[in-house]
Write a protein that binds this ligand. Sequence first.
Ligand SMILES: *[C@@H]1O[C@H](CO)[C@@H](O)[C@H](O)[C@H]1NC(C)=O
Ligand SMILES: *[C@@H]1O[C@H](CO)[C@@H](O)[C@H](O)[C@H]1NC(C)=O
Ligand SMILES: *[C@@H]1O[C@H](CO)[C@@H](O)[C@H](O)[C@H]1NC(C)=O
Ligand SMILES: *[C@@H]1O[C@H](CO)[C@@H](O)[C@H](O)[C@H]1NC(C)=O
Ligand SMILES: *[C@@H]1O[C@H](CO)[C@@H](O)[C@H](O)[C@H]1NC(C)=O
Ligand SMILES: [Cu+2]
Length: 571
Amino acid sequence: MANTIRMSISTVLIYISLISLLARSSFLTSASVTRFYDFQVNYQQVTRLCNTKSLVSVNGQFPGPTIFAQEGDQLVIKVTNNVKSNVTIHWHGVRQVLTCWSDGPAYITQCPIQTGQSFFYKFTVAGHRGTLFWHAHITWLRATLYGAIVIKPPTKVPYPFQMPSDEHTILLGEWWNGDVEEIEAAALQTGGIPTISNAFTINGQPGPFYNCSAADAYKLNVVQGRTYLLRVVNAALNQDLLFGIARHTLTVIAADAEYTKPLKVSTLVVAPGQTVDVLLTADQAVGNYYMAAIPFVSAPAPFVNTPTTAILQYDGAASTNATPIFPILPANNDTSYGEGFYQSLRSLNSQTYPSDVPQTIDRNLLFTTGFNLKACPSGQTCQGPGGLRLASSINNVSFAFPAISILQAYYYNISGVFTTDFPDNPPTPFDYTGTMPSNPQPESGTKVNVIEYGSNVQLVLQDTSILTLDSHPIHLHGYSFYVVGQGVGNFNPASDESTFNLVDPPLRNTVAFPRAGWVAIRWKADNPGVWFMHCHLESHTSWGMEMAFLVKNGVGRSQTLPPPPYGFPKC
Ligand SMILES: *[C@@H]1O[C@H](CO)[C@@H](O)[C@H](O)[C@H]1NC(C)=O
Ligand SMILES: *[C@@H]1O[C@H](CO)[C@@H](O)[C@H](O)[C@H]1NC(C)=O
Ligand SMILES: *[C@@H]1O[C@H](CO)[C@@H](O)[C@H](O)[C@H]1NC(C)=O
Ligand SMILES: *[C@@H]1O[C@H](CO)[C@@H](O)[C@H](O)[C@H]1NC(C)=O
Ligand SMILES: *[C@@H]1O[C@H](CO)[C@@H](O)[C@H](O)[C@H]1NC(C)=O
Ligand SMILES: [Cu+2]
């Protein structure tokens, strides 16, 4: 009782301070504005593919609400959990400078927001221009709990490209008729491949190539001659995608909320966790054109092979027009197109937006990233290859989630939650892309790799042939990193480092290394906290393809992680 009263008084106090913050910000003419969002996590009845199901969404919207910010703004998002599942929200790509507590991955930086609880996520959006997204970061809930984050330059700061007539978000997603949390749990139980999705979606809609989906397809209306900014997000769980619009060229101007040199392409390659902003000029005959996304596959894995589509409709085109024209897309398995696309991206590196690629390295890391097989518990039958269980790992460590968050354990000196021995190099070197080692079993552990504040880190992510070669989109929390090089085969520092682009490489938060190859990334570790790094294919994360960096505090308040915010979820 006393606790309840104390809680509600404190909640009132938070509201009062919030209101005063909001009031104060309206008098400021500079960039520092606080924007408040109220996210109510609820069940919503949604019909797709002739099926109706109850899914978890925010404020009765699927996909969820778009968060708008200008660079430099503070965001305060109150997330209230009104569903049975535990929930956390991650602000994907946001650097969270000194706000690691608000990053969101469950059991890494926080315990879940449990049923009936609320938590105020509070952070500043600094150093980003373009599109990011938010999504649940617990189990597979992000299948339905996601939305865009649109970050505009401060007032009076122009875009470094043609001012578009209008802007639209294009959220690519993945739909299951069943309950995604049950599907994940069932796959972990059997050790086999999880049930594949029933559809891919554009802004939540599969489009006319799927049953019962024609009427609700997303339509984008354009006026001939005008130019539009499309903010494309891959929020799918388990699939890299190719995206194109019939007869229209797309000019990439940003990726992962960082400006790029303009790059004209017919098809975008977007891995889960990545965003690509493009300019689209409506320069074709008045009519209807399909925009379509299809799977981009680099390993033999099952997927639904029906394109998700939406319609680009010119003003003046008859809505009863003949069937829209379909785009010409590369083949699903055209991995050389994908590698070429990624290699063509360059950061803008202009006078106003210079690149600051680390030129010297303090920590040199090589992480093998791939699949494994684990023994089947006795008395059980497992559905992985050879009757075993599928697993995955980084440097042979298959990540085990702890019962309380690593950040909490670190901050409060709670022992027995994690260890600090995540290896800098593969524990047993082998021919990574050659014949697989005879023992495909990983080690299991909750290990972090400790980094001194301010270190320049180089990390090479190396594919392995264990089970199958594949391309994995690896996402790092808390930082953007420069993608300085990529190649096929085993990384060889002697010959490969000389090919690195240390001038204008793209700055990203998620990178897909080539199948049977490697990618090299660099960043300055100047943000203290516990930062998750994981494959953004959710099924691979379920199997253990993740780890965390523990970046130590530096000197003084500006380099030290503050205490957790009030009302931090406990477990
Ligand atoms: C549409 O429904 C039919 C009949 O159930 C099924 O055979 C077909 O695969 C479905 N098509 C798609 C694209 O899901
Ligand atoms: C892609 O698939 C086609 C058809 O299955 C096959 O002929 C081709 O060799 C594959 N290409 C690559 C690059 O794997
Ligand atoms: C944790 O341990 C460190 C080093 O011993 C100490 O400085 C710090 O105050 C401790 N933190 C807490 C919350 O006890
Ligand atoms: C991975 O760790 C397991 C368990 O310690 C070990 O048996 C296996 O040989 C290791 N594999 C590699 C490639 O290091
Ligand atoms: C929710 O999280 C708490 C804290 O970790 C845990 O004890 C509980 O079992 C979880 N509940 C569900 C439904 O997963
Ligand atoms: Cu993966």
